[in-house]
Design a protein around this ligand. Sequence first.
Ligand code: FMN
Ligand code: SF4
Length: 439
Amino acid sequence: MKAYETYLLDRAKVEGNHQLATYRRLGGYKALEKVLKGGLTPAQVVDEVKRSGLRGRGGAGFSTGMKWSFMPDVAKDPRPRYLAINADESEPGTCKDRVLMERDPHGLVEGSLIAAYAIQAKAVYIYVRGEYRLPHDRVAAAIQEARAAQLVGQHILGSDFSCEVFMHKGAGAYICGEETGLMESLEGKRGHPRQKPPFPAQSGLWNSPTTVNNVETVFNAPFIVERGAAWHAAIGTANSKGNFLCGISGHVNRPGVYELPFGVTAREILEDKAGGVWKGRQLKAWFPGGSSCALLKGADIDVVLDHDSLRARGSSLGTAAMIMMDDQTSMARVMEVIARFYEHESCGQCSQCREGTQWLSQIFHRIAHGRGQADDIDTLESLAKGMAPGKTICALSDAAAIPTLSAVRLFKDELIACIREQRDPLAAPAPKYATVGAH
Ligand SMILES: Cc1cc2nc3c(=O)[nH]c(=O)nc-3n(C[C@H](O)[C@H](O)[C@H](O)COP(=O)(O)O)c2cc1C
Ligand code: SF4
């Protein structure tokens, strides 16, 4: 792998960086100072981020500057405006935001404040996955320290900009990571996604203009403000700019969260960072960006990791959470586990999703447990096609359908063999239990 400049995880590696003194010693809050004391207007910050080519890291990869520019004109719309930070991080395989919150919480606070300034939000709500206790506590402590140092609250750094930052804990529901489910939950209601339009920028939290951004997305803002749009736009590939955090997990020697520039290949990450497939085995299949994107075969490992290259392979970058599976993995079992997750997490508002996820789960379960039926593959395919794309209120239905369609396309023979033999040849042998009196 070619040498490259890192910045996202540099401070995270320094002991004590979660505390304000260390963060400041490492240059923290300089970008916020540049914005507020250097006289940058909100429109200039939006423009800088637009020109940097930064794209959202929450899964969809939408242009961040463009999203910020969708907020209505302050002069024409007097409603309060909000920024919601999506720290729900519940997509299977994804664990990058956790590292940022635990080890660089002030980086998130500073990034959130710059984003809030750009969209002229009067408050930031950081919605944290309920199971993330340490990340929650670290960010909450950072907010307190920042408030005491006049970095949060009224007249930040003596400027005209005032902004409060609040934390909110989720309660373990994946659907509350979907941006409109998140807003419902923040408002104290059940996390049921809302029909769009209206989009959050028009009518979000408490019917006011709202921007929802992922943790890693806003974490990038201080670097862009300090070093400039051109610096950021010079890293990466044509339509995917900057460095990104890749969480690689599954059957690898060194799972973890690594910082990489867009444009590296998946093989480079697997071999140079994660130490290759474990136990000397071969790679059979992998998810490039969490369990909601289409599976790829092991042979596709030389694909470049960026939005365009993965789309060209029929998958997507998602949250850049690579889940690697070795050649002894049962795809029926993998899909059984994934389908059960989506069945459990569907909020039930849309019939395609509520019924579809249940059926996918039941069918993969029976295939994996030697009770598959002759027409199961066709049923899986027609069910998944009825669930996506864009047929439901939110994209959870798509998230269940997309991996299903890829599994049926890429591993049909293996699934058919499970049905024909009425057993899963790759299933782990059943554990042997000693029975009473069998000594
Ligand atoms: C079911 C579902 C779950 C999601 N979970 C998350 C999540 O945990 N974190 C996140 O940032 N985005 C999640 N998203 C994407 C958000 O809806 C939204 O696109 C994202 O927060 C926007 O931030 P960005 O533009 O900075 O990427 C989820 C989407 C869906 C459909
Ligand atoms: S697609 Fe599924 S999770 Fe999303 S709103 Fe409809 S039922 Fe709920």
